[in-house]
Structure formats: structure tokens, C-alpha cells
Design a protein around this ligand. Structure first.
Ligand SMILES: CC(=O)N[C@H]1[C@@H](OP(=O)(O)OP(=O)(O)OC[C@H]2O[C@@H](n3ccc(=O)[nH]c3=O)[C@H](O)[C@@H]2O)O[C@H](CO)[C@@H](O)[C@@H]1O
Ligand SMILES: C=C(OP(=O)(O)O)C(=O)O
Length: 433
């Protein structure tokens, strides 16, 4: 297995180009299933999750062309499968998003219960309840969600928890339903708005995206369209925190500050100078140690759970004490144990991490347990006095495009060691003895 080795190398300084948003690109790519024609996408990030989604769509009969700049043309004219097997959906949570489009388009879907980051139990009851309200008959058998319906019909759906993929699944299903669907307590994330914009470009009638009431007037069919995926606000936030942790200066380019109020607000509170100029966001610490900040995760526009782990690392390296409360997922503190191995002072009590900041951490062999946890370990390695060897980095490759190249360009000391090189090199192995 590949590993990352990160060694502290002083303040980061430079520009980083932000990729398209994973969590927008995945539902949008999957929305191609709704069209008897072509969806052409640009600004798609080069990530393992995109490859996984393309394999799944290919299996379902979507023909795909991709160029070297990651422009993807998905042609779903010949979709001939409505079963998404375990092997293709087990590594990625977003695979559940084929459920709504397949029932809407084919009248039938069988989707294996999905995997993804092990950050909580992550049920899909709201996806199922919403489809049932639209007239689908749904059973769970042998690990598969099996849904059937001749034609979905519009319905009034109340989501009793705010669910991002739940809202997306139902929005896509409702686009081809007969009649009008209203989703109450819908998620308001920028990725929801991006999906709605893409669906509307295909001829759907979605309004209210970005508010908690979505109205979708079903249409009989959708048509060819092109769409550019929005920038990744979580990748942006991660590089800005890298700048904060190392007391440096990082300018994130090709991004969008309006998606990021909660995160930018906390970085300012931590003592960063933040300058927004068009599609660039610059963070400058002027050599200062960040100040500890309290964090409470909640659905957008509040502080995103996908930035919690990175802020735990920042607080572990900050001046002062802080608490970080995780309100979305019940098991999203697995990075804490690894950060403790690196010398971080963190006490965990239920869904709250109590953190006492310190100047530096100590490099250690650590294990990536999920996507953002992996990022938090890389950030910790940037301020450690010995090499940090991060194992199981396939998690990070799900969501960060070329992370070692982007960080190296900012001045970080980070190397990817392919598994076969690691296995044959005792000097590398000595780093974890
Ligand atoms: C591919 C993608 O976009 N992933 C994001 C998406 O995940 P995902 O869409 O899976 O997360 P949800 O918004 O659905 O989850 C929010 C909360 O609702 C609960 N819930 C959800 C669905 C359901 O049917 N029943 C239920 O109880 C979940 O257990 C969780 O406690 O939003 C999360 C919250 O911002 C992010 O961390 C993930 O990066
Ligand atoms: C949790 C995440 O991804 P997923 O929902 O695909 O597991 C994430 O992007 O942080």
C-alpha cells in the first residue's frame, strides 16, 4: 500500500489551484442517468471517487468519453442495467445516488447498501421514505435496496434530518416524476445548488435550491446539456488551514469564497488575515501561531463537518484551549487517536474534543481512517519535528487531487512512497520502527 511521508518544513508560501468539488461532481455525473442523451461536464476533479462513479455508470450502460483535462461526456442513451452491485458501490457513499435516477428513468432499481467513510452508521431511511412518498415500492433484501414504480408522482416530503445526498437523490427522482414535489427541510449546501443548476440546464424545473424548501415540477424527459462543476470548498479550506497551521501564506485560486463564510470566519478568529479577490482567497498568518477556536459542526451554512478534522489539527497546534463539537456524525473523531500518537493534547468526551494547543507535534507512524481524518494527519505532519508516515492513504485519494504535488508547490516536505518501493527499502521502513 502507498504511504505519505510528511516532515515539517516551515511556513507554507504560495498559490494552490483548487479542483472541482467532489461532492458536486459525483451527484452531477450520476444525474446523467436521467437523460436520454449527453451530459458534458467540465472542472471534474481527478479523484478515485470519480473513477469509481464512472465504473458504476459504465456498468449501468452509460457511455463515457473523457479528455486529458477531465472534461467528461456521459451518454446515457443506452442505459440497460438497473442493478448497482456491491462490488461497485462498497467504497463510496455517493453511489446511493443512482437509486433515485434509476427508478425515475427505468421504473426499477436495485442498489447495494453503500459504503463510504466509516464516520457513523449513515442510514438511508430518508432516501427511501421520500421515494415511497413518490409512489415507489421499496424493500431491503440481501443487502440491496430494491425499488419499483411505473412512474413516480410528485409529493410533499418532509426530511426530519437535513441530508445532503438524501435531498439530491429525491431532487433527481422528482425531476422526472409526474407532478410537483416539494422537499421541506432540504439541505442547502452549494453542491445542492450546483446539482439543481445542472438539472435545470437539462430542462428540469427545480426552484428554491439553496433554501430549505425545494420545489421540483416534474417533466417528461430531459435533454443534452453542458455544465461546469463548482470549486471544492473543502479542499480550499484544507489548504487554507495548512497555511494557518504552518504560520504561512497560502492563496487558494479558482475557488469561491461565498460558499465558505463559516470556515473563513473561524480562520479570521484564529488570527489569519483573509483577503478575497475575485476567485482567490489568501490566508496570511504573518508568522503568527493560530489562536485556538471553538467549533460546532452543523448543516450548511454553519460550520461543515467535512472541515472538523482539519480544525482539530489546527487547534492542537494553536495558542490556547478549545472545544470542537461534532453534531453530524457519531463516529467522526478517529483522527484524534492518531493525533494523540503525534503528541496532541486532546480529550474526547462523547461528541466533544477538548484540545490544549501546543507549538509543535512529533512525527509518528499513523493510520488514515477516513478522508478528512487523513487530511488532518497530513496537516499535523507539516508541523512535526520528525517524519510522519501515513498509511492507508487510499482514503485521501478519494477526495484530494494530487495532494502531495499541490503541497510540495507550497513548500511542504511531502512524498508519496508506492507500496512496492516501501516494501523493498529498509531505510524507509526504519522510519516506523
Ligand atoms: C457524497 C457527499 O456529498 N457526502 C457528504 C454528505 O454525506 P451524506 O449525504 O451521506 O450525509 P447526510 O447529509 O445524509 O447526513 C447527515 C446526517 O443525517 C443522517 N441521515 C442521513 C440520511 C438518512 O437517510 N438518514 C439519516 O439519519 C446521517 O446519519 C447524518 O447524521 O453530507 C455530509 C454532511 O455534510 C458530508 O460529510 C459528506 O461529505
Ligand atoms: C465524508 C465524505 O465523503 P463520503 O460522504 O463520500 O464518505 C467527505 O467528503 O468528507
Amino acid at each position: 500500500m502507498d504511504k505519505l511521508i510528511v516532515t515539517g518544513a516551515g511556513p507554507l508560501d504560495g498559490d494552490v489551484i483548487i479542483s472541482g468539488a467532489k461532492n458536486a461532481a459525483l451527484p452531477i455525473l450520476i444525474s446523467s442517468l436521467l437523460v436520454d442523451g449527453k451530459l458534458t461536464l467540465s472542472n471534474v476533479p481527478h479523484l478515485q471517487d470519480i473513477t469509481t462513479t464512472m465504473s458504476l455508470l459504465g456498468y449501468l450502460g452509460v457511455e463515457m468519453e473523457i479528455d486529458e483535462r477531465m472534461n467528461i461526456c456521459a451518454d446515457a442513451s443506452h442505459v440497460n442495467q438497473s442493478r448497482a452491485p456491491y462490488d461497485l458501490v462498497r467504497t463510496m457513499r455517493a453511489s446511493i445516488l443512482v437509486l433515485g435516477p434509476l427508478v425515475a428513468r427505468m421504473g426499477h432499481a436495485e442498489v447495494s447498501l453503500p459504503g463510504g467513510c466509516a464516520i457513523g452508521s449513515r442510514p438511508v431511511n430518508l432516501h427511501i421514505k421520500g421515494l415511497e412518498a413518490m409512489g415507489a415500492k421499496v424493500v431491503i433484501e440481501d443487502g440491496y435496496i430494491k425499488a419499483t414504480c411505473d412512474r413516480l408522482r410528485g409529493a410533499r416530503i418532509f426530511m426530519d434530518m437535513v441530508s445532503v445526498t438524501g435531498t439530491e437523490n429525491l431532487m433527481m427522482a422528482a425531476a422526472l416524476a409526474k407532478g410537483t414535489t416539494v422537499i421541506e427541510n432540504a439541505a442547502r449546501e452549494p453542491e445542492i445548488v450546483d446539482l439543481a443548476n445542472c438539472l435545470n440546464a437539462m430542462g428540469a424545473k427545480v426552484s428554491g435550491a439553496g433554501t430549505s424548501e425545494l420545489v421540483i415540477e416534474g417533466v417528461d424527459s430531459l435533454h443534452d446539456a453542458s455544465h461546469t462543476v463548482i470549486s471544492d470548498r473543502i479542499e480550499t479550506g484544507t489548504y487554507l488551514v495548512a497555511g494557518a497551521v504552518t504560520r504561512g501564506r497560502v492563496r487558494a485560486r479558482a475557488t469561491e469564497a461565498t460558499y465558505m463564510d463559516a470556515v473563513l470566519d473561524k480562520l479570521s478568529e484564529a488570527g489569519a488575515d483573509i483577503t478575497i479577490d475575485g476567485t482567490s482567497i489568501e490566508l496570511n498568518m504573518h508568522g503568527r501561531q493560530p489562536k485556538a477556536v471553538d467549533i460546532y459542526t452543523a448543516p450548511h451554512p454553519a460550520f461543515p463537518t467535512d472541515m472538523q478534522a482539519q480544525f482539530v489539527t489546527m487547534n492542537a497546534l494553536a495558542n490556547g484551549n478549545s472545544k470542537v463539537v461534532e453534531n453530524i456524525f457519531e463516529n467522526r473523531f478517529m483522527h484524534v487517536q492518531e493525533l494523540q500518537r503525534m503528541g496532541a493534547y486532546i480529550d474526547l468526551e462523547g461528541n466533544t474534543a477538548f484540545i490544549k494547543g501546543r507549538n509543535k507535534l512529533r512525527g509518528a507512524p499513523v493510520m488514515a481512517t477516513d478522508l478528512r481524518a487523513s487530511a488532518s494527519l497530513v496537516l499535523a505532519g507539516l508541523m512535526s519535528d520528525k517524519p510522519t508516515v501515513i498509511d492507508r492513504i487510499y482514503h485521501i485519494d478519494r477526495g484530494y487531487e494530487s495532494i502531495e504535488e499541490k503541497l510540495s508547490r507550497l513548500g511542504a516536505n511531502i512524498r508519496r512512497i508506492p507500496g512496492h518501493v516501501w516494501d523493498k527499502d529498509p531505510s524507509l521502513q526504519a522510519l516506523v520502527q
